[in-house]
Design a binder for this molecule. Structure first.
Ligand SMILES: [Zn+2]
Length: 121
């Protein structure tokens, strides 16, 4: 996705659809028309407003920044559901072990079998 214009709060946080409280058009007979956006920033909670030239306004402008996760990763995360309290507790105890990172690296290496899912060439 290539977005030419984004809306940003003064604190630098990108404004997405869920932050928007009000939008409107500011139409002019001459010169560019503007889209007016009133928002509450999700990071600093301050109200802000911005005028965006109508020609710069496009569907992607209020969409979340594309995540780095691939489609397979996304559906895999979705299938896992939200992190449960039991998982959080397990994680807490994992962190109390002597060297959890080294163990984690071992686990990841064992689970990594990249050729298994690839279609044969
Ligand atoms: Zn902000």
């Amino acid at each position: 996705m290539n977005v030419k214009a984004t809306i940003k709060c003064n604190c630098g946080q990108r404004i997405v659809a869920k932050d928007v409280m009000q939008t409107g058009y500011y139409l002019r007979l001459f010169g560019p028309s503007f889209v007016y956006v009133k928002f509450r920033c999700s990071r600093c909670k301050k109200l802000g407003e911005q005028f965006v030239k109508q020609e710069d306004w496009e569907d992607g402008i209020l969409k979340d920044i594309p995540s780095e996760a691939t489609q397979e990763e996304k559906s895999s995360f979705k299938a896992m559901g939200p992190i449960s309290i039991n998982e959080a507790i397990d994680f807490h105890f994992e962190l109390e072990r002597s060297n959890p990172l080294a163990d984690l690296v071992k686990t990841v290496k064992i689970e990594e079998t990249p050729e298994a899912d690839q279609p044969a060439e």
